[in-house]
Design a protein around this ligand. Structure first.
Ligand code: MN
Length: 430
């Protein structure tokens, strides 16, 4: 490609920022020491945190009204990996890629895997798509896919998922995620119980073919594209299906797939307790969308979700091994900048959750002291951990000030010259 982000450029910028960062880091270190916290342990945690980037996330997304493409958008999966490499180089916490099929179906799988490895990346999971029709497709998904009334459509949707599993096995992925758009727009359109039974039967056919070392994640969504009833509408139905399928089937929580004002952290806690939390699609939303950047609207909720995750991790809950992925639609931002800042928001919530004084919290709960319980959470949430995040990036070879470095690098301008716009398939978001 010839327009990579220059790591010397990052190093030079870091040298300018290092002295003030060191000051802030030492000051925070003293403050945390008074609370009995070792800042170095938190920095180690921050450096170890990983979240996967979706292959579809480096292109500009869109709404059902319009899509406004930006300059230098990647035109194929190789160019998408180039942009993912930029995100990884800047923040150092995003080496995993969540691959969408068929949007990013590789012609030569081995070549793609090697290319990813040369970029310092790997494929974390595959995602199937039976929510839209492809040009070469025999039967339409207009009225559903895995839960369709016609067994021939269901079979076609199953076979697509089996193809995903085969490609995923060659790429070495550890999970396959299924989200379907099946549902009804009007009361009476679908039989509520029979459609779920058909969905489950289709999933069983997929589950049976799971390669060794691969987990199946099922993703629920309250509504959209179906506006009256979605087949897999809630975490409860998702849990039921995952339990029916077997030990390697898990529920995936997309933060934006619930009604507004839902206690998502409690859903997370329930799924952990029931041994069925498989992974996350992180994003944020104000109303009913699942499109905004993680941590942009409800950072306290994100912190509370991570509080549950860290609590389970510290307790060594058996089988607890959630996969973290971003799933956002970047409609008005440079996708690289959104992915960089979102990845940082996740590390922030993760580190802050590690700051919770769990003894104090347990004591407050045991003595029915809601104010002290809340305060133990707020003490963690209100701690400005930016010096820890910046130091973690710096030590891992990333950028202290990643968005500024990226903008100054001219990467997007070079990409615009190297990648003239072509007609491309519309980006969707699940
Ligand atoms: Mn999702």
């Amino acid at each position: 490609m010839g327009f990579e982000l220059d790591t010397e450029h990052i190093a030079a910028d870091n040298r300018r920022h290092f002295a003030p960062l060191q000051d802030d880091y030492e000051h925070l270190g003293h403050q945390l020491a008074r609370r009995g916290v070792d800042i170095e342990k938190l920095t180690q945690r921050a450096m170890a945190f990983r979240v996967a980037v979706p292959s579809w996330g480096v292109g500009t997304g869109g709404t059902r009204f319009a899509r406004f493409p930006g300059p230098g958008e990647p035109r194929n999966i190789f160019e998408k990996l180039e942009d993912c490499q930029v995100v990884f180089t800047l923040v150092r916490s995003t080496p995993g890629i969540s691959l969408h099929l068929p949007w990013d179906r590789p012609d030569r799988v081995a070549e793609l895997r090697q290319f990813a490895e040369r970029c310092g990346l790997f494929f974390d999971s595959t995602n199937s798509n039976t929510f839209q029709d492809q040009p070469d497709q025999k039967l339409s998904y207009k009225f559903g896919s895995l839960a369709h009334i016609d067994s021939a459509v269901r079979l076609q949707a199953i076979e697509h998922n089996l193809e995903c599993l085969a490609i995923g096995a060659k790429l070495g992925v550890r999970a396959h995620t299924v989200w379907i758009g099946d549902g009804g727009n009007f009361p009476g359109q679908i039989h509520l119980r029979q459609s779920l039974a058909r969905y489950l039967e289709s999933l069983r056919a997929i589950y049976r073919e799971l390669p060794d070392g691969c987990r199946l994640f099922i993703e629920h969504k309250l509504y959209e594209p179906a506006f009256y009833a979605t087949v897999l509408e809630s975490w409860g139905t998702s849990y039921y299906c995952a339990r029916e399928l077997g030990d390697r089937a898990f529920s995936l929580v997309d933060l934006g797939h619930h009604p507004p004002s839902t206690n998502v952290e409690q859903i997370v806690a329930r799924l952990i307790q029931f041994g069925k939390l498989g992974g996350f699609h992180f994003n944020d939303s104000m109303y009913g969308d699942d499109d905004l950047d993680a941590g942009s609207i409800k950072p306290f909720q994100l912190f509370l979700v991570f509080n549950e995750l860290v609590d389970a991790d510290l307790e060594h809950v058996p089988g607890f091994d959630p996969a973290y992925m971003l799933d956002q639609s970047h409609n008005v931002t440079d996708p690289i900048e959104s992915l960089v800042t979102s990845a940082i928001e996740l590390v922030r919530a993760y580190v802050q959750a590690h700051l919770v004084d769990r003894t104090k919290l347990a004591d407050a709960q045991a003595s029915n002291d809601p104010i002290m319980a809340l305060q133990s959470l707020k003490d963690a949430f209100n701690t400005d951990v930016r010096p820890i995040l910046a130091m973690a990036r710096h030590r891992a070879g990333g950028a202290i000030d990643p968005v500024a470095v990226y903008r100054a690098s001219g990467y997007r301008q070079r990409a615009a010259k190297a990648r003239p716009a072509t007609a491309r398939q519309g980006a969707g978001i699940v």
